[in-house]
Design a binder for this molecule. Structure first.
Ligand code: C2E
Ligand code: CA
Ligand code: CA
Length: 346
């Protein structure tokens, strides 16, 4: 907030769109908050609809309605208050976005690594990288609280490059002549529109002298739904490079099988909801077994995530699932601890 204005106070107002800066004079009808939105921030967002843009558009539309009604002969302008519009969520998201941008710049984002265990010998084979954000007070903000905002604002593209680079560097430090663990990276649908995505992956693999299979990508079914063509292209490029693609949260969508048919991915990660049902539900066990066999027939490997009990791990192993991941084995760890856990599993 840069100023508080009362009724009938005047303030300048910049034009909402277009490159040339224009200004106008406006009069506050009641107390209001002024929020600075830079032109760059606006242009970056204009190509998609975020709550902020929706909010601004609603204001613009409401204003032009007011102006139009002012032109009516009787001059009865109907004033709508901003409270009617979704002001609070828009401003909150904008604040988080600013803080997230700063966090990326100031190195407050971290990647943590959750071990993937080969179920047959219970050794660590690789990791899933999971993003963490430590706020100014040292508390961790969970990814679900900011990934959506990073996606809406387009910031996920920049963060995505950082994730790929960081994960590749991490897995390089965990590798030696004997051990070549892999690390998976989660991709957001928005990153499918990033023309630099594949080049970034390729460069990260080369720079850190990884074997292509050491960096793997997790995509979700919703991603394929959004941009099947881009997903197909990425898949083909990754195939050529030897970098595997996994379908995350498999079975949580509506048409998982249709996508498997269309996209020859390398692995599937069973959604956590199957794993959690395993101990008490005989049908869930059959479904997991059937998916494992289907995957094997299609030359894909399988991962069960969210394993919390040894009974679940044993069932998954018996049903032919290759890797297990979950709190039973370990939560996601900072790099130094992840490396230790790798040597401890020898
Ligand atoms: P996800 O890709 O399905 O990641 C698995 C989530 O399950 C992680 O939550 C992980 O900490 C949690 N988890 C692991 N083991 C267990 C378990 O045994 N029980 C239970 N209940 N949960 C377990 P997290 O780290 O909070 O991430 C949440 C979601 O945020 C991820 O779901 C993913 O969609 C997204 N995300 C996380 N990191 C990234 C990232 O680097 N990039 C992108 N694009 N998305 C990310
Ligand atoms: Ca994942
Ligand atoms: Ca998942």
């Amino acid at each position: 907030m840069i100023a508080t204005l009362g009724p009938d106070e005047l303030f300048g107002e910049m034009a909402l769109s277009g490159s040339p800066l224009r200004s106008a004079c406006a009069r506050a009808h009641s107390d209001c908050e002024l929020l600075v939105i830079t032109h760059q921030a606006l242009s970056e967002q204009l190509d998609q609809s975020t709550p902020l843009i929706r909010h601004l558009l609603k204001i613009a539309v409401a204003r032009s309605r007011v102006s139009l009604s002012l032109l009516q002969p009787d001059g009865t302008a109907e004033h709508r208050h901003d409270e009617d519009l979704d002001h609070a969520p828009a401003v909150e998201r904008l604040r988080v976005e600013h803080r997230l941008r700063d966090a990326l710049r100031d190195g407050l984002l971290e990647l943590h690594y959750q071990p993937l265990i080969t179920l047959s010998d219970r050794r660590t084979a690789g990791f899933e990288s999971l993003i963490r954000w430590r706020d100014d007070n040292g508390r961790w903000i969970p990814p679900d609280a900011f990934i959506g905002i990073a996606e809406d604002s387009g910031l996920i593209v920049q963060i995505g490059h950082w994730i790929i680079e960081t994960a590749a560097a991490a897995v390089a430090t965990m590798s030696d002549t004997e051990r070549k663990p892999f690390c998976t990276v989660n991709l957001s649908p928005r990153q499918m529109d990033d023309p630099q995505l594949f080049a970034t992956i390729q460069r990260a693999i080369q720079q850190h002298a990884l074997q292509p299979g050491q960096l793997r990508l997790e995509i979700t079914e919703s991603m394929m739904l959004g941009n099947l063509q881009a997903t197909e292209q990425l898949l083909a490029q990754c195939r050529a490079l030897g970098c595997p693609l996994l379908v995350d949260d498999f079975g949580s969508g509506y048409s998982s099988l249709a996508y498997l048919h269309r996209l020859p991915v390398d692995a599937i990660k069973l959604d956590r909801s199957f794993t959690s049902a395993l101990s008490e539900d005989a049908r869930a066990v059959k479904i997991v077994g059937a998916i494992a066999r289907l995957a094997a027939d299609l030359d894909m490997y399988t991962v069960a995530e969210g394993i919390e009990t040894s009974a679940q791990a044993d069932i998954c192993q018996k049903q032919g699932i290759r890797y297990g991941q979950g709190y039973l084995f370990s939560a996601a760890l900072p790099l130094a601890q992840a490396r230790l856990s790798l040597s401890a599993s020898d």
